[in-house]
Unconditional design. Structure first.
Length: 129
């Protein structure tokens, strides 16, 4: 006995390169679909829907300590003590400070609720190096 009401799965592509949407629609005809194929499509749908990258950290502990132990915060303070070694940035300390004052408003970003932004002085040092 054939059923007039059958379900069919149609693949319509990827969303966000991870989830595949399989659109289910009903139609009335005498088209039969193999139950094994329906089960295979359902399992494929479930597998692709549940495929996610599992992250262990929101921010890695190394990056959380960036403000205390990062190369900018430790190195810049040491380089500013010695005028000869400050050539690491290929300019003198006064020229670095002057350039920073001129560009500060253009490269400054606001802190968000989630993270602190990179300081303008650090952005400039990164650009120069």
């Amino acid at each position: 006995m054939s059923s007039l009401h059958t379900r069919r799965f149609v693949s319509v592509g990827f969303i966000s390169d991870v989830h595949q949407v399989i659109l289910e629609y009903s139609f009335f005809s005498e088209v039969k679909m193999n139950p094994k194929r329906i089960a295979a499509m359902w399992l494929l749908y479930r597998r692709l829907r549940c495929r996610r990258i599992k992250r262990n950290y929101w921010v890695h502990p190394i990056n959380q300590k960036r403000e205390q132990m990062g190369i900018f915060h430790t190195l810049l303070k040491q380089l500013q003590k010695d005028e000869n070694k400050f050539n690491f940035f290929r300019m003198t300390i006064p020229s670095f400070n002057e350039l920073h004052q001129r560009l500060k408003t253009k490269i400054l970003r606001k802190n968000s609720k989630m993270r602190n932004s990179i300081a303008s002085e650090e952005r400039l040092a990164l650009t120069l190096r």
